[in-house]
Write a protein of this length. Structure first.
Length: 370
């Protein structure tokens, strides 16, 4: 890279006022509004960068000193750094150079909340999720530079990414290190940033993430999708996506672990005489047999018609709770038939007995095998 003093056409002893006058003169000659030639534009950028460095007292002092020995810049002679202190007291060379940091960083993780129906949980389902995230810039392909250009070595830190300063102490001269303020510790600068991503190497965009949701998920469960998150700065590795599941409420069926629960209303005469009926389950029709004398709160179990286990093979069961419905509106003929039935069997009159819990409490206990 050309010397900044040569670019501005001034001596190394030039005063700040002389540097400012030289910059103004060259800027008037090379500014793109005055001189549109490509060579003039490139020279204008060099002049501007040289002025930015030399007009700042701190950067000019670092530039005049050049890359310094110590952390990030190689070892120094004599007693000029921590390495020398370690060598003096312990007979060995102290810590190695850390070097400049990379522009590439890992992208952030994302948390997405996904709702599924109870029926979709039985066998699993598929979703195409639309997300607004960071993707690699197609113009620079993550390089952060305008096409045809590349980063250049920082002329302040010499590519080490850090600036060393010597502090005098009782033990001698101790070298301290801090990130270079010009390149921000990267060791390089980008004179021509990509116009699309503004030198970030990534842009915001809408992206579709295909997701296969496994069977057996439940509300609150989180699924991890490695490498599906946003792209990091300078086209760095993608973060992860976490899917937090929520199973929607169903009006007929509820869930207990991998079992499905429901209630079937049976007319009194069907409970007495027995019958068969077909119910519409979440995965197809099921024929249910009501045996004669079935009582309220009995639970019928249909094996293997519940939810597929999340880890492993097989499915839970469908558990059907019976609720016998007593008719409340009978016509004259139906009432006479009921009276004939009652007189024929000589049922005992109602009597006090032990306390019996309600229907739904019985169903709950039997559903949960309490």
């Amino acid at each position: 890279m050309a010397d900044h003093y040569d670019v501005l056409g001034v001596s190394r002893e030039a005063t700040p006022e002389e540097i400012k006058k030289a910059y103004r003169r060259l800027a008037r000659e090379l500014h793109p509004d005055v001189n549109p030639s490509p060579d003039a534009q490139e020279k204008f950028k060099q002049v501007t960068h040289a002025y930015d460095v030399l007009s700042d007292p701190g950067q000019r002092r670092d530039y005049d000193r050049g890359p310094q020995p110590g952390f990030g810049g190689g070892g120094g002679a004599g007693f000029g750094g921590f390495g020398d202190i370690f060598e003096t007291f312990f007979g060995g060379q102290g810590g190695a150079s850390r070097g400049p940091k990379s522009r590439e960083e890992r992208g952030q993780d994302a948390l997405l909340r996904v709702e599924v129906d109870l029926g979709e949980v039985i066998f699993g389902t598929h979703r195409d999720l639309e997300v607004d995230t960071a993707v690699v810039c197609e113009t620079c392909n993550g390089s952060c530079c305008q096409p045809g250009t590349s980063p250049v070595t920082c002329d302040i830190c010499g590519g080490s990414g850090s600036i060393q300063r010597t502090v005098r102490s009782l033990l001698g001269n101790v070298v301290t290190s801090a990130p270079c303020g010009t390149c921000r510790g990267y060791g390089t600068v980008i004179p021509n940033p990509c116009p699309t991503c503004q030198g970030q190497g990534r842009v915001r965009a809408r992206r579709t993430i295909p997701v296969d949701i496994p069977a057996g998920v439940d509300t609150g469960l989180r699924l991890q999708m490695p490498g599906q998150g946003e792209v990091g700065p300078a086209g760095g590795p993608q973060g992860d996506v976490y899917l937090e599941m929520k199973v929607r409420h169903h009006d007929v069926f509820s869930r207990n672990d991998d079992d499905l629960l429901c209630t079937l209303e049976v007319q009194m005469w069907d409970a007495v005489l027995g019958t068969t009926t077909t119910i519409q389950a979440l995965d197809g029709d099921i024929e249910i047999e009501i045996k004669p004398g079935t009582q309220s709160a009995e639970v019928l179990t249909v094996k293997g018609r519940g939810i597929t286990h999340l880890r492993g093979n097989g499915r839970g069961d469908l558990r059907v709770g019976i609720q016998v419905v007593t008719p409340t509106k009978l016509d004259h003929k139906q009432k006479e038939l009921m009276k004939q039935l009652a007189s024929a069997h000589k049922y005992p009159a109602p009597t006090l007995g032990h306390f019996q819990q309600g229907l739904f409490a019985k169903l709950r206990d039997r559903f949960l095998n309490v």
